[in-house]
Design a protein around this ligand. Structure first.
Ligand code: SF4
Length: 362
């Protein structure tokens, strides 16, 4: 394999075999081994779009029930565009990374306003939509409209890192080199006609065969030409990334219950869990200062009755420790951004850590 630098310092990557041979091995394997996934029955752009957004940062087996339920609730792009944001977030609850849901709904509205309700066929138009980057645009347009566009995600990058034996630490130049290699590959007539299957086959290979630990090389259709396998490097590539440290955060949470309903507060921040309804919480572990902190931050006058078991919940690189306190209220609750609600109420999107705490209280 040859690796050289262009003037833009993008690593130029080359296949060890012809594109035609690569595609034929890959497609042959895919057609025999592809999984039966609900979004594969009907490659309608809306269905492909929802599946691709849900699959970002989330595994197929987790997405499965959410995808089916979401499509039942919002069977068309128009139905999603008309939905209230709160409802969409509720239906997304448990999948995490809620900006994906906000962007999906907002983009559906733009598609209705500017593209007559049909996902745009033009790559540049697709990239204008919120939440759509070049991976998602390439995936939707290649799978739903057979446009010869490349896709590179973490799984595909890992596959090529081994197949081509890229020993450098993953960086921008290598990733760009891979985008360029795949752009050239999808332009090849051996791929262009089958680009939908070709891209899905790469995804499937990364998910089933060239998996993060212990790749299944004995079942790999590309094994004969895999450079890492030839040199016994298949388990040591890609080189490990330096891990970002996990941040530990502690919150004191006030739980007031009235007639089977909980006091919830809308999260008005622009960051973590924005727009969700949560138990009122303040930063830090419970202490004698806690009632004063709730008064200052939430204008709630409360008395601590009992401490409850801690609930830990991890979101990306934050490990959040919630210290619930059962409380009684000694004064009125502010009208704005507070409500009393049951946790099954779909009008209020509720994050999963709140549901975990409520389970403990049962
Ligand atoms: S032979 Fe092994 S390491 Fe190489 S691409 Fe296939 S699964 Fe990955």
């Amino acid at each position: 394999m040859k690796q050289a630098h262009t003037r833009q310092d993008v690593v130029r990557l080359e296949l060890p075999i012809s594109v035609g041979e690569f595609a034929s091995k890959l497609l042959g394997w895919y057609r025999e081994n592809k999984r039966d996934l609900p979004w594969r029955d009907d490659p309608d752009p809306y269905r492909v779009w929802v599946s691709e957004v849900m699959l970002q940062q989330t595994q197929v087996k987790t997405v499965f029930p959410y995808f089916t339920k979401f499509l039942e609730t919002y069977p068309s792009l128009e139905a999603l565009a008309r939905a209230e944001e709160n409802q969409v977030l509720s239906n997304w609850s448990g999948l995490g990374y809620y900006n994906r849901a906000r962007n999906l709904r907002r983009a559906a509205q733009i598609v209705c306003e500017q593209h007559e309700g049909t996902f745009p066929r033009d790559y540049r138009d697709a990239l204008q939509l919120p939440g759509i980057g070049r991976y998602t645009a390439g995936a939707i347009l290649s799978i739903a409209y057979q446009k010869p566009l490349p896709i590179v995600d973490g799984n595909i990058q890992r596959l090529f890192t081994r197949y081509l034996k890229i020993e450098r630490e993953p960086n921008q130049e290598v990733t760009e080199g891979l985008w360029q290699l795949l752009s050239r590959m999808v332009e090849d007539p051996a791929v262009t006609e089958d680009v939908s299957d070709f891209n899905q086959a790469l995804m499937e290979m990364g998910a089933l065969i060239c998996i993060p630990r212990n790749p299944r090389c004995s079942s790999c259709p590309l094994a004969v030409s895999c450079v890492a396998l030839k040199q016994g490097l298949q388990t040591s590539l890609p080189p490990p990334r330096r891990r970002k440290g996990i941040r530990q955060l502690h919150y004191t949470v006030a739980i007031a219950v009235r007639g089977g309903r909980y006091l919830l507060r809308k999260n008005l921040s622009r960051r973590l869990l924005a727009g969700f309804w949560e138990f009122p919480r303040v930063l830090g572990r419970p202490s004698e200062q806690s009632p004063r902190n709730f008064r200052r931050l939430h204008k709630l006058d409360l008395k601590v009755e009992q401490e409850v078991e801690i609930v830990t919940h991890q979101i990306t690189f934050r490990r959040m420790h919630f210290h619930p306190l059962l409380v009684s209220l000694r004064g009125p609750v502010p009208k704005k951004n507070f409500t009393w609600a049951g946790l099954a109420n779909n009008n209020y999107p509720i994050p999963s850590y709140v549901k975990k705490i409520a389970e403990i209280l049962k």
